[in-house]
Design a protein around this ligand. Structure first.
Ligand code: 5GP
Length: 236
């Protein structure tokens, strides 16, 4: 598959066109950013680790019947994906309180949420990805009703598969963010699933093994990601 022109370069990934208009190449870079791009660093091996982690997760999700854009690995840092028409929303499921939920509501970190909570954020860097509700989505036409319902259904279906998988590796899946797009009219999981976009804690010690290591300056960021990968069977 020929990598052609650079279509888009985000904070951690670049997207290239290919000779097939339905397919693109995702390149996972070592760049790591937090706080709306205010903290940026290059972390050795992170591109490779996230690419392989994401490939493993996307494959497991596809096996569980969740439609994803992932087609296959091209190299240590590149994956071939379907070209989606992205829906400008982030879907977040929270099993345990952490992060912006604690800051917004003044609740303690680590509360098990029953039922699990679902939140929507508008993808808009200049506004810092504000939280929105389903009425906003309808009023501004960011997604069709049926597509929004499908995104919610798939986000919860992902929780069922991954909560169990991480639990078996001695990890708590605290929360995660998913992005979806349309491919030939169908809602399909896009972007990536890696420790950059979820929270994972050791079940016994509650040690953070995700991007909070970077956000909070805890060190050993990529080592944390690799540890999580090893526990669920990712081959790096
Ligand atoms: P929070 O709202 O607490 O900041 O984030 C909730 C979850 O979604 C966390 O697992 C966080 O890593 C993920 N998340 C939220 N927004 C983004 C984003 O813009 N990029 C990435 N990579 N992850 C995000």
């Amino acid at each position: 598959m020929e990598k052609r022109e650079l279509l888009y370069s985000g904070k951690a990934k670049s997207v290239y066109s290919t000779d097939n208009p339905d397919l693109m190449v995702l390149e996972f870079r070592n760049d790591t950013s937090a706080f709306d791009g205010k903290k940026v660093e290059k972390l050795d091996r992170k591109g490779m680790v996230n690419n392989k982690f994401n490939a493993f997760i996307m494959t497991k999700l596809a096996e569980a019947g969740i439609p994803t854009h992932f087609e296959g690995l091209l190299s240590d840092t590149e994956a071939l994906v379907k070209r989606l028409d992205m829906i400008p929303l982030e879907c977040v499921v929270r099993n345990v309180s952490a992060g912006s939920l604690c800051r917004r509501l003044g609740v303690a970190e680590g509360i098990e949420l029953d039922p699990v909570t679902f939140e929507l954020f508008l993808k808009n860097d200049s506004l810092g990805d504000p939280m929105v509700n389903e009425y906003h989505v309808r009023s501004f036409g960011w997604a069709e009703e049926a597509h929004l319902n499908r995104m919610k259904e798939l986000t919860f279906a992902v929780n069922k598969v991954l909560k169990e998988m991480f639990d078996q590796g001695g990890l708590i899946l605290v929360d995660y963010k998913l992005e979806f797009g349309l491919y030939k009219g169908e809602v399909v999981l896009g972007d990536e699933f890696s420790p950059d976009g979820c929270r994972l804690w050791d079940k016994e010690t509650r040690e953070k093994l995700d991007k909070d290591r970077f956000r909070q300056g805890l060190g050993n960021v990529v080592e944390g990601y690799e540890e999580v990968g090893r526990r669920i069977g990712v081959q790096f």
